[in-house]
Design a protein around this ligand. Structure first.
Ligand code: SAM
Ligand code: SF4
Ligand code: SF4
Length: 378
């Protein structure tokens, strides 16, 4: 077994300068990148802070009291986020996911949701606005989020065993409070609620079946995520990845599953339905999803852009740098210039890290140093 190295990092490397194309890149809703992939999904990180210290994401040794989080003045304001979102939408974005860090720690987040909910896609449809949360503040906030225009939530939960979960979040946070948050989200109409479980071999794979039993037939869609080599601080090792195929096998030993169709292009989860007595999918029992970010690359359909807390546009979860859009906003650029910059950046995109992972040296990102997930969001 190789020795684990957890480097200390400051990810605030100089940003890439956003281009100012001489010819405007018109926002037609039909933008494609260098590999022909459209822009449909925008993930916005609203804070780089979190009240958990999941060791696969923000290990305590690195994210301690001396960690240099962004100062408030560096964060995009809600107005800046909404202004950028409008330009992304003009290029084809249909779905916005708010994330972080822990997005519910951002003060008055419902005000941002309210502003985003007023936007329309190029086809005049309302946006699909969702949010990924650790659930710790959800019981308190679910109703206000729904009232502001949030459609759905995804809640992260890595096990039902209280001791295992407290150890994984590393701040001694109890499972019961997250379950209460999930119940509140459902009661508020933020469904169907999805629950994300990151599976780490040797840490929580014995929680797979209890989680599956608990959520089967509950209306909640449980999704298992392979532990990924994002960032530079989590000391990732391939031997701690439990492939999704194994997860499906483990569940099948007790609960019969049948494969389901993908719902949308760019959808990251492979869907499996619980089978009834006749061996066919029983919708009342629901479904699970597996997200095989490590063992099965899905870059070919990747239509996701990521906007960091301070306004940098990242083209891939594994990128080491992002394009500085905040300087455009604060430097007085008009909407056409901003839309053109976004268009030109996307047109040049050829990132496909997961497809290339196997052929890269073990510590490589798409560039010199990978950005942390807590900074650009999941
Ligand atoms: N704090 C919120 C939460 O935990 O849901 C939102 C941000 S978190 C970075 C988004 C998602 O990324 C969570 O579902 C989390 O479990 C997942 N995640 C973080 N680090 C990961 C890793 N190394 N591998 C796989 N998933 C990871
Ligand atoms: Fe916080 Fe979410 Fe990262 Fe856990 S996964 S440390 S809850 S940002
Ligand atoms: Fe998209 Fe990058 Fe993930 Fe591939 S590795 S699916 S390009 S975010």
């Amino acid at each position: 077994m190789s020795e684990r190295v957890i480097p200390l990092v400051d990810q605030r490397v100089a940003a890439l300068t956003a281009p100012r194309p001489t010819q405007p890149v018109p926002a037609t809703g039909l933008l494609g990148d260098a590999l022909g992939r459209p822009l449909r999904d925008l993930r916005i990180s609203v804070t780089d802070r979190c009240n958990f210290r999941c060791n696969y994401c923000m290990p305590k040794e690195v994210f301690d009291k001396d960690y240099p989080y962004l100062p408030h003045s560096a964060l995009l304001t809600f107005e800046e986020i909404t202004r950028l979102a409008r330009q992304f939408i003009a290029h084809g974005v249909q779905k916005i996911r708010l994330t972080g860090g822990e997005p519910l720690l951002r003060k008055n987040i419902e005000v941002l949701i309210d502003q985003l909910a007023a936007l329309r896609t190029v086809d005049g449809e309302p946006l699909d606005i969702t949010l990924t949360t650790n659930g710790s503040l959800l019981a308190r906030k679910a109703r206000a989020l729904k009232d502001a225009g949030l459609r759905r939530v995804t809640v992260s939960l890595d096990g039902l065993d209280d001791a295992v979960f407290r150890r994984m979040n590393d701040v001694d946070f109890p499972v019961a409070d997250v379950l209460e948050g999930i119940a509140a989200a459902r009661a508020a109409g933020l469904g169907p609620v999805k629950v994300n479980m990151v599976v780490k071999r040797g840490t929580n794979e014995h929680e797979i079946l209890p989680m599956a039993r608990h959520f089967r037939g509950s209306g909640v869609v449980l999704r298992f995520i392979e532990y990924m080599d994002v960032g530079a601080t989590n000391g990732w090792r391939m031997d701690e990845v439990l492939p999704s195929a194994d997860v499906v096998q483990i569940i099948r030993t007790e609960l019969p599953l049948v494969p389901l169709e993908h719902t949308a292009t760019g959808e990251t989860a492979e869907r499996w339905g619980y089978a009834g007595a006749d061996g066919r999918h029983d919708p009342a029992l629901g479904e699970i999803g597996v997200i095989s970010s490590v063992t099965q690359a899905f870059c070919r359909d990747c239509n996701r852009a990521r906007l960091s807390t301070e306004g940098r546009l990242y083209l891939c979860l594994f990128a080491s740098n992002g394009y500085d859009l905040r300087s455009l906003l604060r430097g007085g650029a008009d909407d056409t210039a901003i839309a053109s910059a976004i268009g030109a950046i996307w047109q040049g995109r050829s990132d496909r890290y997961s497809e290339q992972r196997a052929s890269l040296p073990p510590d490589a990102g798409t560039g010199a140093r990978r950005v942390e997930m807590s900074y650009i969001g999941g």
